[in-house]
Design a protein around this ligand. Structure first.
Ligand code: AMP
Length: 282
């Protein structure tokens, strides 16, 4: 695997791949890689001649300094893992390489998607995401880019950015990869205390029950039920639970048979914030 820290060197290298008509898949990550990330890489490898993984803990998408400082960094293990799955290229830039001396986000208009859920609780988060993903697209110029449904709102926002800015890349969403007990894999899981780790599978268990309830009950009743379930959990604090339409991400008003809905949740397990979501059946 080739490792590049400079965007120009990466660009030069990739231009020879493109001259050979090779298709390039990009998997952007913030590192501390787990099997969820690997599932994206494997999907990219199946559909492209060449796969670039980026690892960059993007400072502009963190609303809390403490979260940025404490974000897990396991670069040696990450490199080993990427080697073990025969990744072609790792792009590992510094903050200066990406932002020079101006570590700030550009402002984006995602047609309101940015004002829902995560946008309400993490100020400036999606401007930061838009800024880094657009920058990575400009550097790598991938044919396809892979994002997890684990961050479903992010996935929809990136699709919107590609459409609005007419970027020449296909966005591929990948299913959520889970631990055996149902907890969605996340780099942040490594920071859970043992007690919080043991409590955390409750999140997905509750989502699955909410999905079942949504078959017969209205969204308000399901939401109220979920809120009550979390009141009984001393180790988990519910930040939000919302049932929203998949495209607009707007909270459901009345169930419509031609629309797809998803339940979204954010929970604090101690200091660690976990998010998850599940597709619902009407
Ligand atoms: P991150 O390093 O957390 O920014 O994630 C990088 C990419 O991997 C994003 O597109 C995430 O949505 C995706 N991802 C993270 N966790 C999972 C998971 N458990 N299953 C599938 N994709 C994931």
């Amino acid at each position: 695997m080739k490792i590049f820290t400079k965007k120009l060197e990466l660009k030069t290298y990739l231009s020879t791949c493109k001259e050979q008509n090779k298709s390039i898949g990009l998997v952007p990550t913030m590192g501390a890689l787990h099997r969820g990330h690997l599932s994206l890489i494997k999907k990219a490898q199946k559909k492209n001649d060449f796969v670039v993984v980026s690892i960059f803990v993007n400072p502009t998408q963190f609303d809390k300094k403490e979260d940025l400082i404490n974000y897990p960094k396991t670069i040696d293990e990450d490199i080993q893992l990427l080697e073990s799955v025969s990744c072609d290229v790792l792009f590992l830039p510094s903050v200066k390489e990406i932002y020079d001396d101006n570590v700030s986000s550009k402002k984006f208009d995602f047609d309101g998607l940015e004002h829902q859920m995560e946008g309400n609780f993490r100020e400036g988060h999606f401007d930061g995401v838009g800024t880094i993903v657009k920058t990575l697209f400009e550097i790598v110029e991938p044919h396809k880019a892979y994002f997890g449904q684990k961050d479903f709102q992010q996935l929809q926002i990136i699709k919107k950015m590609v459409k609005k800015h007419r970027l020449n890349v296909k966005i591929k969403g990948c299913p959520i990869f889970r631990e055996a007990d149902g907890l969605a894999m996340s780099s942040r899981n490594a920071r859970l205390t043992e007690a919080h780790r043991n409590a955390a599978p409750f999140i997905y268990k509750t989502l699955k029950k909410a999905r079942k309830k949504f078959g017969t009950e209205n969204a308000n009743d399901v939401s109220e039920w979920v809120e009550n379930q979390f009141k009984k959990q001393s180790l988990l604090e519910l930040e939000y639970f919302t049932i929203a339409e998949e495209k607009s991400l707007e909270t459901i008003k009345n169930k419509e048979s031609n629309k797809k809905y998803r339940a979204f949740i954010a929970v604090f397990a101690g200091k660690i914030r976990l998010i998850d979501n599940i597709q619902l059946k009407n």
